[in-house]
Design a protein around this ligand. Structure first.
Ligand code: GAF
Length: 390
């Protein structure tokens, strides 16, 4: 654990003690993520390739055996919220507390006798920036309860339960990528994940060693998955799979894409969604083989292609994300694309280390010229997944 995360863990533990009157049983951390490639493929049983950010949600937690769940967040104004695990009802809570409470609900629904807890949370994952702040909150609580109740669940199982919390309790129809990234990523690696069976491969991804950097550009355009557009894309993909007679779009081979598109006839909207998902799965496989053969710079054009597909076919980009990508590439970046669900949020930029200042300046100037809010630019180093920190 770095000195600064030790300091964060200490501060969160101290605040817990002030709030609840005794030291926590432990402190856990779970990261946000960026996705290198493989967007809107996870609810199509496809491939994704996220890596964990150094930014984490941190939870100080104590077990309670008296049927009381108390929740507090350093990031939200307000008092401790007291709930009763026996009375948790899906879709009844529209506050931040739905994420941690949803995890308690999902664990209990799966048959785990979680009777209560005191929880204090603090997160450095920017909220609404497409960097999985919600998944980090869910996973950190799931991991803490897994340890405190000795449930013996593995990372992928915690991810599944966290996804269930978000789908059913919170009511956002997200896939499995973000929770798995938060639970299972490893420092210095990107996670090649098959979302059908959750099989995983850790792919070494150390850009600094090769003289490159990956920047995150948070456009500051806020987004939310519980709003309709994400769900509409998901339904469109399911319609495509049904029309093509497959379980999921992952089952349409890239080689058969043209024939599949032809079979969809005049279903133009569905054709676009299918084309994105099938080509995106193919791009993930190409990126994996380039990284595994040490040809990291060659992934740049695939990132740009992926962005064009999300912009033109899947239509989940926005002017600010497009501006980041176009400006960064014009300024000499190796590649760039939006990351996460879209409709705002963040883009990633792959660039030579020497080019970081020029690319950053170009993006900031382009935003100023367009009258957009100043973007937040920071370097993303592949970091550790969820863990106990104290
Ligand atoms: C969001 C969702 F939460 C993920 O499951 C995934 O679908 C992503 O959008 C798009 O790739 O982050």
């Amino acid at each position: 654990m770095s000195e600064s995360s030790a300091a964060v863990a200490g501060a969160v533990a101290e605040r817990f003690e002030e709030l609840y009157g005794s030291a926590p049983d432990g402190v856990w951390a779970a990261p946000g993520r960026v996705n290198l490639i493989g967007e809107h493929t996870d609810y199509n049983d496809g491939f994704v390739m996220p890596f964990a950010l150094p930014h984490t949600a941190v939870a100080a937690v104590s077990r309670r055996d008296d049927g009381v769940l108390r929740l507090h967040s350093a990031d939200i104004d307000g008092p401790v919220v007291e709930l009763t695990p026996d009375d948790l009802v899906p879709a009844s809570d529209k506050r931040w507390t739905a994420y941690p409470a949803g995890v308690v609900w999902a664990l209990r629904e799966a048959g785990h006798a979680v009777t209560g807890a005191d929880v204090h949370l603090a997160s450095t994952v920017p909220a609404g920036a497409g960097l999985s702040s919600s998944a980090a909150l869910e996973v950190v609580v799931a991991l803490a309860l897994n340890d405190l109740y000795d449930l013996g669940l593995r990372g992928w199982q915690l991810a599944r339960l966290s996804q269930r919390a978000e789908n059913v309790y919170v009511g956002a129809p997200v896939g499995i990528m973000d929770q798995t990234a938060s639970a299972c990523c490893e420092a210095g690696h990107a996670l090649f994940l098959d979302t059908r069976d959750l099989s995983q491969r850790q792919i070494p991804f150390d850009l600094a060693a090769e003289g490159m950097r990956l920047l995150v550009v948070d456009t500051q355009v806020k987004h939310s998955h519980s709003e309709g557009e994400y769900g509409k894309r998901r339904e469109g993909c399911e319609k495509g799979a049904a029309l093509l007679g497959v379980d999921a779009l992952r089952d349409v081979p890239y080689e058969d894409l043209d024939a599949a598109l032809e079979r969809l006839g005049d279903e133009e909207e569905v054709r676009r969604l299918v084309r994105h998902v099938v080509t995106e799965d193919h791009r993930v496989e190409q990126v994996v083989s380039l990284l595994e053969s040490g040809d990291t710079r060659a992934i740049g054009p695939l990132l740009v292609e992926g962005h064009a597909s999300l912009r033109d076919d899947f239509r989940v980009s926005c002017p600010e994300l497009d501006l980041v990508v176009d400006t960064a590439v014009t300024a000499g970046a190796l590649g760039a694309r939006m990351t996460g669900g879209g409709f705002g949020g963040s883009a990633i930029v792959l660039t030579e280390e020497a080019n970081v200042p020029a690319v950053t300046k170009a993006v900031e100037e382009a935003f100023a010229a367009a009258g957009h809010k100043t973007p937040r630019v920071f370097e993303a180093v592949p970091s550790a997944g969820a863990r106990r920190v104290r």
